[in-house]
Design a protein around this ligand. Structure first.
Ligand code: TEU
Ligand code: CA
Length: 535
């Protein structure tokens, strides 16, 4: 039995959440100052993205010291105070462990580059290598002339991959987990955890490095060892699983295997990638979206797996801009999208700003973008003959920076995020889309999210029920049914800006929540309408 069935997690991207000292960069004391707000959402945990020592090539996902706080975010004392103050409010922190790779500035890698054999074996150095591409573009191998060898990096060259086959590496990483657990951290998110076990031989064809490393030969053993040896089996743990399979996610999360409480998968966030290419635009394929959720939700349920369910994180564009509508139906579509996720079987994650309906950034110039991935792919697109205008259009929909603009707290200067100039531009709509405005509006997206979080606590059918998708005979309307004993919950979501006819939806029962106050009709749904009925 998974203990986190009725929990909800709030994700903080520290650099953009709240700046306490006016340097334009969010920090740990900023988080401390907003703990009461987070508590008011009703959530149980906060996943905070990495704030450890880092040269920030990938905004902290390149760690140079796992056991120290990057001074740009605060001190160890601030960190301890943050953990303790949250605990007093009944909120547990989940820290983000980036264990697939380190920064090239990490002591271990520096020693490896000096030719120290012990540390060279912490990484993956080879004399001959296949033609593999890295996630941020370019080759996945970097040549070191002084060693006459290549090293593997699935992401940036400044993020060399660790060699998990080496037991000493595994011990080092366990010590990091033990260290933070000792400070009172209540759970962990593990970055790209299904990429840690690499192939035995690198005599392989060319292609994307991810493809050859995902769900590798020892990944399940390594995870079990990490979790059991550090005594975190009973804490909340979530693995970020890149390009994984359903079968593996069942194994990662079925309690019988003693691996993780839950995992993130991303297939549902690729339904608008043309031919699977993130940098090629296409409207969302709703049929595919529905079928993916149907398959994953139903199979995880039947086989004892557990999902982390989400639309947004710091790597994704904003969901209201993506599968919803920023204009006329901004409020309705944001609420519908929230309902769809929060009524699913799994533990929902809310990414900062999602609860107020924050939108994409609408950056106009390449200099507005800060992410290494966005800048690399802009150049790759230009090299491939795409016009600057078209490349900027792609970035405006796909760049990770869309999810990384500062939290919009109020309509004052810098959206209340900072007294100084923010490290990245703030969307102009902060005047209307912000926490302060929505606190005052009973019908706001913010107050609606609070209700969603509470419903999961109040109704066991939401936290614990089985799930079956309903065939509405209209691909624009996705509906599912949750069942627990003789309690039945029907969730209906119209993903379109038109009225839509649907079939097969039973309509007796009580409306638990909806984004339209009255006149619910179960044959015609209004634009972006959602209704949750219980009987
Ligand atoms: O992301 C891993 C990952 O594979 C993606 O979500 C990735 O950002 C996307 O596919 C690129 O198009 C994790 C972190 O969440 C991300 O911020 C880091 O950049 C990455 O790992 C490397 O640590
Ligand atoms: Ca700061």
């Amino acid at each position: 039995m998974n203990k986190y069935k009725n929990s909800t997690v709030y994700q903080i991207y520290v650099k953009s959440f709240c700046d306490s000292n006016g340097d334009g960069i969010g920090d740990l004391n900023g988080i401390r100052s907003k703990l009461k707000y987070i508590k008011s959402l009703g959530v149980d945990y906060i996943w905070v993205t990495p704030f450890f020592c880092s040269p920030m090539v990938d905004n902290g996902y390149d760690v140079s010291d796992y056991k120290n706080v990057n001074p740009m975010f605060g001190s160890m004392a601030d960190c301890e105070a943050m953990i303790n103050e949250a605990e007093k409010l009944g909120i547990g922190f989940m820290f983000d462990m980036v264990f697939n790779h380190t920064s090239s500035e990490h002591e271990w890698f520096k020693k490896a580059l000096e030719g120290d054999k012990k540390y060279m074996d912490y990484y993956i150095f080879r004399d001959e290598v296949p033609e593999w591409t890295a996630s941020f573009g370019g080759s996945a191998w970097e040549f070191v002339p002084s060693l006459n060898k290549w090293y593997l990096h699935l992401f940036d060259p400044k993020q060399p991959d660790l060699n998990w086959e080496n037991p000493e590496v595994r011990e080092e990483l366990k010590n990091v987990v033990r260290f933070w657990k000792g400070k009172g951290v209540k759970g962990f998110r593990f970055d790209v955890l299904n990429l840690i076990s690499k192939p035995e031989s690198f005599n392989l064809p060319s292609g994307s490095a991810h493809t050859f490393c995902k769900d590798g030969r020892h990944v399940h053993e390594f995870i079990r060892e990490l979790v059991t040896d550090t005594g975190i089996e009973n804490l909340i743990t979530v693995g970020e699983m890149a390009s994984t399979t359903l079968e593996n996610c069942i194994k990662y999360t079925n309690p019988e295997n003693h691996e993780l409480s839950m995992c993130f998968s991303f297939h549902h966030l690729k339904v608008d990638y043309k031919d699977g290419n993130k940098w090629a635009l296409m409207p969302a394929d709703l049929k595919k979206l529905r079928n993916l959720f149907k398959e994953w939700q139903e199979e995880m349920s039947i086989n004892g797996g557990w999902n982390a369910v989400f639309w947004c994180n710091h790597d994704q564009p904003r969901i209201v801009s993506r599968f919803g509508d920023e204009g006329k139906y901004w409020k309705h579509s944001a609420k519908m999208l929230g309902t769809f996720i929060h009524m699913l079987r799994g533990t929902p994650y809310i990414f900062q700003g999602e609860e107020i309906g924050m939108t994409n950034a609408h950056f106009k110039e390449i200099s507005d973008y800060k992410d290494v991935e966005a800048i690399n792919y802009f150049n790759i697109m230009l090299e491939n003959g795409i016009s600057e205008r078209d490349a900027l259009k792609v970035l405006s929909e796909r760049a990770r920076d869309n999810g990384r603009t500062p939290m919009q707290w109020n309509a004052e200067k810098n959206a209340g995020f900072s007294d100084g100039e923010a490290w990245i531009k703030i969307p102009e709509n902060y005047i209307n889309i912000n926490v302060e405005v929505e606190e005052k509006d009973e019908d706001s997206i913010l107050n609606y999210y609070r209700k969603l979080v509470k419903l999961r606590k109040d109704f066991a059918v939401i936290s614990d029920g089985d799930i079956k998708f309903i065939d509405t005979e209209n691909e624009k309307v996705i509906a599912y049914r949750r069942t627990l004993g003789n309690e039945v919950l029907t969730v209906i979501c119209n993903f379109s800006s038109n009225s839509e006819h649907v079939k097969n939806i039973a309509h007796n029962g009580k409306v638990l929540i909806s984004n339209y106050e009255t006149n619910h009709n179960f044959e015609i749904l209004r634009p972006y309408e959602t209704v949750v009925v219980k009987f």
